[in-house]
Ligand binder design. Structure first.
Ligand SMILES: [Zn+2]
Length: 84
């Protein structure tokens, strides 16, 4: 664990990149774009690791911790969705 998340800041992400955030408690999935993190959350200076630790599930009453993963273009096109 760790690896790229501790080395990469939100501002370092490619402009069209997306992070997939999966709730560790309920499995809810959100997608965080670079522009959302940098422009709306003003988190460009934060490492992905730090963003992950600050992220909480938005499902009412859950507030579980999120696990962030990089979305790659090849995965996006072939993504069928694992959890309903
Ligand atoms: Zn949740």
């Amino acid at each position: 664990m760790g690896s790229w998340k501790t080395k990469l800041r939100a501002a370092d992400l490619p402009s069209d990149s997306k992070l997939e955030a999966v709730c560790r408690s309920c499995g809810h999935v959100r997608y965080l774009t670079r522009s959302y993190l940098v422009d709306e959350r003003h988190a460009g200076h934060l490492y992905i690791d730090q963003i992950e630790r600050r992220s909480r599930c938005r499902v009412l009453g859950c507030k579980g911790r999120m696990r962030l993963a990089m979305m790659h273009k090849s995965q996006t096109s072939g993504f069928v969705g694992g959890m309903a």
